[in-house]
Ligand binder design. Structure first.
Ligand code: GUN
Length: 286
């Protein structure tokens, strides 16, 4: 069994980004800039945002965290995004999700300039991704694709079962796998007999937020398991959506939690920010 080491791989990606940033500064006098908007005081979101800002700094990317109380109106948030869209030194804009209930996430995400949409959540980028055109790819599935590439896990003709159909992970994951010529089944909480789908899969990607849902007896021998779940148990310990101890002997490859998919996500966000900075001239001509 091979452990898919997301921590080591994300360090490699961060080193790549550092070099790309140095080149951009030297050759085009462009310092990539990322704005992160954090609404409210959700502890998990605050931790993610702090981690994104720190990684930007280490990579030489300029970043600003714009904190707003959860009492702000949707219009105030939209006004902030508009100003950031017009600010030439900001290449990427990211609104940390989830947003408070009184704010319509779809309207907010659609307000971001698609050329600054480093999360890849704007319908413009979602549409381009599904059409297999160049676009910003959502960081988590983008990171999973990079893991497959790095560990030489071939996708063409493989049966892949994606468990979870969220806009952030499951749906874009399925689109990227389809583009890579895999045969993709997407399961959700209404799926009947989940095990019948996972047992037929060469690769299982799980992103549902249910600790230890995936068990060893639901897997084909030699399956690859990609566990996107990060769940905090009552003990304070972090654990995945797959029961690692139960699955590991059945697998050819498996991601640990923590240290698997999680660290990849920030690396891919940095990649997207550099990509956005390279588009600066395109934006300026608009
Ligand atoms: N909340 C959980 N995952 C994400 C993500 O990838 N991007 C944003 N903006 N918010 C999130």
């Amino acid at each position: 069994m091979t452990l898919l080491d997301g921590k080591a791989l994300s360090n490699k990606i961060k080193d790549e980004v550092k070099v790309e940033v140095e080149e951009l500064i030297k050759e085009k006098s462009v310092t990539p800039g990322l704005a992160v908007i954090l609404v409210g005081n959700d502890a998990a979101s605050a931790t993610y945002v702090a981690s994104k800002a720190k990684s930007c700094k280490n990579a030489g990317i300029y970043s600003v965290v714009h904190e707003m109380p959860d009492t702000i109106s949707q219009d105030e948030l939209l006004e902030t995004i508009k100003r950031m869209n017009e600010n030439p030194s900001l290449d990427g804009i990211l609104v940390q999700l989830p947003l408070p209930k009184h704010i319509d996430t779809t309207i907010v995400l659609e307000a971001i300039d698609p050329l600054k949409d480093v999360d890849g959540f704007h319908p413009y980028n979602v549409g381009r991704m599904v059409s297999n055109l160049d676009s910003f790819l959502p960081a988590t599935p983008f990171g999973v694709m990079r893991m497959f590439q790095e560990y030489n896990i071939d996708l063409k003709g493989k049966n892949v079962c994606v468990i979870g159909s969220s806009d952030i992970v499951g749906k874009p994951m399925a689109a990227l796998l389809i583009n890579a010529k895999a045969t993709v089944t997407v399961c959700n909480s209404s799926t009947k007999d989940l095990a019948s789908h996972t047992k037929a899969a060469d690769i299982v990607v799980i992103a549902v937020g249910v600790p230890h849902l995936l068990k060893g007896d639901m897997l084909k021998d030699g399956a690859v398991v990609i566990d996107v779940g990060i769940n905090r148990l009552d003990t304070g310990k972090l654990t995945g959506d797959a029961d690692f101890e139960d699955c590991k002997d059945k697998c050819s490859h498996i991601t640990p939690v923590p240290g698997g998919v999680g660290p990849m996500t920030i690396g891919m966000l940095l990649k997207n920010t550099v990509k956005a900075a390279r588009l600066r001239e395109t934006r300026e001509k608009k």
